[in-house]
Design a binder for this molecule. Structure first.
Ligand code: BEZ
Length: 211
């Protein structure tokens, strides 16, 4: 029974064979944010659309100081043939490494196999990992439904804004929108915050500001 690394846990370190050669995750990460995603299987339609979209949006991840890496329980030969097929059929080059996790070692370490859904392939997991290798967010989708890459990018924007400014973000937040100031915990702090005219006081428990 594999466990799922949770928010705030260190992401497990590992070595793996990838389409860009063998790597050790912590070295490859090189102090950047990482989106580590799994998909069920090579040469399947939903996975192909996801891989194409992650690849198309790779410059947007790079602009966020974020590296992409994918995984499935397929051989390196299958990965290479699939990537060739995506390039020849769709004109899209996959610019990030794909892990060939044929012995399921990495998938188990990240809890990417959900036996109720499938005992032989990984579900659609996304781990957002910060530069200190701490898990900051995770998303799990079933086999049948492709992920929204815009949402993964929006999540990174939101997590990076929180990490840099110690704030929270409201539903549907986008860069440029106001953010939520952490709640006060003393009478004095509450009074001084209520007097702060730079804040938008929505309710006693909710104040917004621009960053
Ligand atoms: C797909 O990517 O299309 C897919 C993969 C595994 C199960 C169902 C769909």
């Amino acid at each position: 029974m594999s466990t799922i690394p949770r928010i705030g846990d260190p992401a497990p370190d590992f070595t793996a064979n990838t389409t860009q050669g063998p790597l050790t995750f912590s070295e490859w990460q090189n102090g950047k944010w990482v989106v580590f995603f799994s998909h069920p299987a090579d040469f399947t339609p939903v996975c192909t659309t996801e891989l194409a979209e992650f690849s198309r949006r790779a410059p947007d991840f790079e602009a966020r100081n974020t590296k992409l890496i994918g995984l499935s329980i397929d051989s390196i030969h299958s990965h290479l043939a699939w990537l060739e097929s995506i390039e020849s059929k769709m004109g899209i080059e996959v610019p990030f490494p794909m892990i060939a996790d044929i012995d399921t070692k990495v998938a188990q370490a990240f809890g990417m196999i959900h036996p109720g859904e499938s005992s032989t392939v990984t579900v659609r997991a996304v781990f957002v990992i910060d530069p200190s290798r701490t898990v900051r967010a995770l998303i799990y989708y079933p086999l049948s439904n492709g992920r929204n890459i815009d949402e993964v990018l929006r999540l990174i924007d939101s997590l990076q804004a929180s990490a840099a400014n110690g704030i929270a973000t409201p539903a549907n937040w986008r860069p440029g929108d106001k953010v939520i100031v952490p709640p006060t915990t003393t009478v004095a702090a509450r009074k001084s915050r209520l007097a702060d005219e730079k804040l938008e006081h929505v309710a006693p428990y909710m104040a917004l500001k621009s960053i």
